[in-house]
Ligand binder design. Structure first.
Ligand code: PMP
Ligand code: GLN
Length: 384
């Protein structure tokens, strides 16, 4: 049995969603929307399931989807992507796994920012890599050149960036991107840039891919997810975009991880990417309104919230809100005794966790948010 996997807890997202279902709680934990998808895109998947081939598509993905992904990034982000650089994967999670399995050799150091998406560390360890951490500090969670320099050694090979960042809801600014890019060029690192939240950006913020910075096109593995673009998180259609030599290596790993991804969903995503992006942008505006509703409701109940510039998430500072309980205690009691699920941020650290912050998913209809706010107010009354 693998010592690495047998020691791991069940993912906090699965844990909290299971408790939410068991206790009939409002689920503001795991990140999924309860509105915002396009009936036309779902309809295209249904049509394709009934009318098109249901047999194995090509290993790197359907040509029409790889071309649609390349065109999408040329048009929207000005990146000179060709379809030969695109590999379609079973979600961004598989894209991360295939990329890290392909790029990390035993003993390589891999730089990660904490808090982090929970899949990163196990995949790095399974690749034989040695994770090294840079901790982002609340309330601003900024990347600094000093912290980055202190964590890089001559064994560092890969840096994993998540931009915009889950769970802190930060859209990295130009200085932070420059700091990361300069470190990659100076130390000859490959950057795996998890950009799944690139379209869920609020208040006129402009997303810039790490691949767009000087010297980065030839060393960036960009990861995306249709689940996030189209508010269909269960579809698990993602992709890797990499310079040709890296893409070839990653494809070798991908062929032995999942080999391929459901062809009907690939067709529907290609269809979605060929439609005007205004609908996707309108959904982000609707999520911004949901964010504001949650913030106003929580502040009226005495909670202190942190900025949410992107993603589906807002964080709340429990200590500043007058709650002594740590994040795990708060979330475990809230779901059982106040019927609302949230994510304790400490579960998204590998070492030295912050223990006074919880994460809430606001990509929900008004009635879901209002029920969640009531639950959180009950939880606060229990623990203040
Ligand atoms: N990376 C980050 C930062 C995420 O937040 C998520 C999912 N929320 C993923 C990867 C996984 O995406 P997918 O569901 O496409 O595997
Ligand atoms: N990434 C999603 C989140 O942050 C959850 C994905 C999962 O459940 N594995 O909530």
């Amino acid at each position: 049995m693998s010592a690495i996997f047998s020691r791991l807890p069940t993912s906090i997202f699965e844990h909290m969603s299971g408790l939410a279902a068991a206790h009939q709680a409002v689920n503001l934990g795991q990140g999924f929307p309860d509105f915002g998808w396009s009936d036309a895109v779902v309809g295209e998947a249904a049509r394709s399931l009934c009318e098109d081939s249901n047999q194995y598509p090509p290993m790197r993905g359907l040509r029409e989807l790889r071309e649609a992904v390349a065109r999408h990034y040329r048009d929207r982000q000005g990146l000179p992507v060709e379809s030969g650089q695109v590999i379609i994967t079973s979600g961004a999670t598989e894209a991360l796994a295939s990329s890290l399995l392909a790029l990390v050799s035993p003993g390589d150091e891999v730089l990660l920012f904490q808090p982090l998406y929970d899949a990163y560390v196990p995949i790095v360890l399974r690749s034989g890599g040695l994770p090294r951490f840079v901790s982002l500090e609340p309330p601003r969670w900024r990347i600094t050149a000093e912290a980055l320099a202190a964590a890089i050694t001559d064994r560092t090979r890969v840096i994993v960036l998540n931009h915009p960042h889950n769970p802190t809801a930060r859209l990295l600014d130009a200085d932070e991107l420059r700091i990361v890019a300069e470190a990659c060029v100076e130390h000859d690192l490959v950057a795996v840039s998890d950009e799944v939240w690139e379209h869920v950006v609020f208040d006129g913020g402009r997303f810039v891919s790490l691949a767009a910075l000087p010297g980065m096109a030839e060393r960036t593995v960009k990861i995306g997810s249709a689940g996030k673009i189209f508010s269909l998180t269960g579809w698990k259609v993602g992709w890797v975009i990499a310079p040709p030599a890296l893409a070839d290596t990653i494809a070798r790993a991908h062929q032995f991880v999942t080999f391929t991804t459901a062809p009907n969903l690939q067709r529907a995503v290609a269809f979605g990417l060929s439609r005007p992006m205004a609908e996707v942008d309108e959904t982000s505006s609707a999520f911004a309104a949901s964010r504001d509703r949650l913030r106003i409701g929580l502040e009226a109940e005495g909670f202190v919230t942190l900025a949410a510039e992107a993603t589906y998430f807002m964080t709340v500072d429990l200590a500043a809100s007058g709650i002594d309980a740590d994040d795990v205690t708060f979330c475990e009691r809230a779901v059982r005794e106040a019927q609302v699920a949230a994510i304790p941020i400490s579960a998204l650290y590998a070492e030295d966790p912050v223990r006074n912050v919880i994460r809430l998913c606001f990509a929900k209809r008004a009635e879901t948010l209002d029920a969640g706010i009531e639950g959180l107010a009950r939880a606060k009354a229990l623990m203040a």
